[in-house]
Design a protein around this ligand. Structure first.
Ligand code: 173
Length: 318
C-alpha cells in the first residue's frame, strides 16, 4: 500500500510542478524592430510580472532572424514553438482560411462578442492544430505603394510585390504580381524588380522603403491582421488557471488596439513629410476599387473554402 502511494505521488509530481509555472516560447513572423514586436514585448513584460509562478512567456525573436517567415505557421502547428505572432497571409501553406482574417469589418473585440472568434477557433483547431488567441492590430487598412504614377485604377504593365493578402485584388487590377517576404522588398525596389508593393498604412519606415517609394494610392482596403496563435496540444496541456492568465493578457492587449490609430496618423504625416504623394480617384472609382478588393477576395475564399468561407463572410461583416 505504502509503495503504491509512493508511485502515485511520484507520477503526479511532474504534473504538479508543471502546474506551478509554465514557460511558453514565442516567436514573431515580423522582425524585432517593428511596432508589432515592440507592442508584444510590452505585453509579455506585463504578463511575466503579473503571472509569476503560474505562466511566463519567453520571446525567442522574429523572422527572418530566428526562422524564415513562411516557417512560423508550421513551427506553431507542430509545436516547435508554442506561440507565434503572425499574419494569416504567412501561413496559407497550412490552410486558405488563414488569409481571410483581413476581410473582417469588425474589430478583434467585436469578433469575440459576435461568435466569429469561436468559428475562427473551430477552423484553426481543426485545420492548423492551433488555438487562435487574439488579434494584435485593428483600425489599419492596407495600401498600394508605387514608384510610378498611375492615373486610373489599372495596374496593367506594372510589377507589384505581394503576399496572399493582395494577390487576387492586384491581379484583378491587371498587375503582374511577385511574392516576397517583407525582408526582400527593399532590394526588389532598389533593383527595379517591382514598381510597387502592398503594405499596411503604417510600418514602411521600419524597412526604409520610404527611400524608394514615390506614391501611395488612397483609399486603403481590408483590415491588416496580425494575431497570436498557439500550438493546440500545448494549449490543451495548460491548466484552466494558466489559460485564464494567458487570455486575460491577450484580451487586454486586443482591447488596446486603439493605439494603432495614433501610429497610423503619425505615419501618414511622416509619409507626406518625406514627399510620398497620394494618388486618388473620383469618389465612384474609389468606391469601386474597395468593393473590388473585397469581392475578389471573398469570391476566391468561398471557392477554396466552400465549407467555411460563407460562414466567415457572415460573421466578419457588419
Ligand atoms: O507582408 C505583407 O505585406 C503582409 O501580408 C502583411 C500582413 C499584415 C501586416 C503586415 C504585412
Amino acid at each position: 500500500m505504502k509503495r503504491l502511494v509512493c508511485i502515485a505521488l511520484a507520477a503526479a509530481a511532474p504534473a504538479l510542478a508543471q502546474a506551478q509555472e509554465v514557460t511558453l516560447r514565442v516567436v514573431s513572423a515580423f522582425a524585432e524592430n517593428t511596432q508589432y514586436v515592440k507592442n508584444l514585448e510590452g505585453m509579455i513584460k506585463k504578463l511575466n510580472a503579473d503571472e509569476k509562478g503560474r505562466l511566463q512567456l519567453n520571446f525567442i525573436g522574429g523572422a527572418p532572424k530566428v526562422m524564415p517567415v513562411p516557417e512560423v505557421g508550421n513551427a506553431v502547428r507542430t509545436g516547435v514553438v508554442d506561440i507565434g505572432m503572425s499574419t494569416g497571409a504567412f501561413y496559407t501553406n497550412i490552410m486558405p482560411e488563414a488569409d481571410a482574417l483581413k476581410l473582417t469589418q469588425l474589430t478583434g473585440p467585436e469578433l469575440r462578442r459576435n461568435g466569429a472568434t469561436d468559428l475562427i477557433n473551430k477552423i484553426w483547431n481543426e485545420k492548423a492544430n492551433m488555438q487562435y488567441l487574439g488579434r494584435v492590430i485593428d483600425f489599419t487598412p492596407f495600401h498600394l505603394y508605387l514608384t510610378k504614377k498611375i492615373d486610373k485604377a489599372d495596374l496593367t504593365g506594372l510589377k507589384i510585390r505581394i503576399t496572399p493578402v493582395y494577390r487576387d485584388f492586384f491581379q484583378a487590377l491587371g498587375a503582374t504580381v511577385i511574392s516576397t517576404t517583407p525582408g526582400e522588398v527593399y532590394t526588389a525596389l532598389e533593383r527595379g524588380a517591382v514598381d510597387g508593393y502592398g503594405w499596411p498604412i503604417n510600418g514602411i519606415f521600419d524597412f526604409n522603403w520610404h527611400e524608394k517609394t514615390k506614391f501611395r494610392v488612397d483609399p486603403g482596403f481590408y483590415s491588416a491582421e496580425v494575431s497570436l496563435v498557439m500550438n493546440l496540444d500545448k494549449w490543451k496541456g495548460l491548466t484552466a488557471a494558466q489559460r485564464d492568465s494567458l487570455m486575460k493578457h491577450v484580451i487586454a492587449f486586443e482591447n488596446a488596439n486603439d493605439s494603432w490609430k495614433k501610429v497610423n496618423d503619425e505615419d501618414i504625416k511622416r509619409q507626406a513629410q518625406v514627399g510620398i504623394q497620394v494618388i486618388t480617384f473620383d469618389a465612384a472609382t474609389n468606391r469601386q476599387y474597395v468593393e473590388k478588393a473585397y469581392d475578389v477576395a471573398w469570391t476566391n475564399l468561398i471557392k477554396v473554402s466552400p465549407q467555411y468561407g460563407p460562414q466567415m463572410r457572415k460573421l466578419f461583416s457588419n
